[in-house]
Ligand binder design. Structure first.
Ligand code: ZN
Length: 156
C-alpha cells in the first residue's frame, strides 16, 4: 500500500517523462525551494526535479514549456498571431488563449522571463507591447494586468 502523502495537485512537468502532465499514477514529492523561492518537486518516475509552475500559463493545457518560451521570444521579435501560427504550427486560437493567459499572469511572467529565460527588461517590454497590439482579443482583466507591468502605467 502506498504511504500517505500530502496531496500534491501538480503533475510532472518534465516533457521526456512518461508521466508528463499525467495525473493518474503520478509519483511526485515536494522537496524544498529553489533560490528564487519556488517550490521544488521531484518525480519518482523520471527521477527529475522540477519547479512548480502550476496555476501559471507555464502549466498550459496545449503547449509545452519550451513551446511557450519560443512563442515569448517570437513576441519579442514583434511577430503577430498569424506569424506565430506559421512559425510554430499552432492554431491561432491556441496562441490567442496563451496571450490571454500570459497577460492575466503578467507579473509572474515578467519575473519568469527575466530570471529563468534571461530576457532583458527591454525585450520583456517588447513582448508586452506586441501582446497589447492584440488588444481586441484580450479580456479587460488581461489588459489591466498588462498595464501593471508596462512602463506607461500610472497608478490612480
Ligand atoms: Zn516525471
Amino acid at each position: 500500500m502506498a504511504r500517505p502523502r500530502s496531496k500534491i495537485n501538480i503533475t510532472c512537468q518534465v516533457p521526456k517523462c512518461s508521466y508528463y502532465l499525467k495525473d493518474d499514477g503520478k509519483d511526485i514529492v515536494k522537496r524544498g525551494k529553489n533560490r528564487a523561492g519556488h517550490q521544488q518537486f521531484y518525480c519518482n518516475h523520471c527521477n527529475s526535479w522540477f519547479v512548480e509552475t502550476a496555476n501559471t500559463p507555464l502549466y498550459h493545457k496545449h503547449l509545452r514549456l519550451d513551446e511557450i518560451i519560443l512563442i515569448c521570444k517570437l513576441l519579442v521579435e514583434k511577430l503577430g498571431i498569424r506569424g506565430i501560427e506559421r512559425a510554430t504550427g499552432h492554431h491561432r486560437d491556441t496562441i490567442c488563449q496563451l496571450l490571454e493567459d500570459l497577460a492575466i499572469h503578467a507579473e509572474t511572467i515578467t519575473q519568469f522571463l527575466l530570471k529563468d529565460v534571461e530576457l532583458t527588461p527591454i525585450e520583456v517590454d517588447e513582448l508586452w507591447s506586441t501582446i497589447k497590439k492584440n488588444k481586441r482579443k484580450l479580456s479587460p482583466a488581461a489588459q489591466a494586468q498588462i498595464m501593471k507591468v508596462t512602463s506607461g502605467f500610472t497608478p490612480v
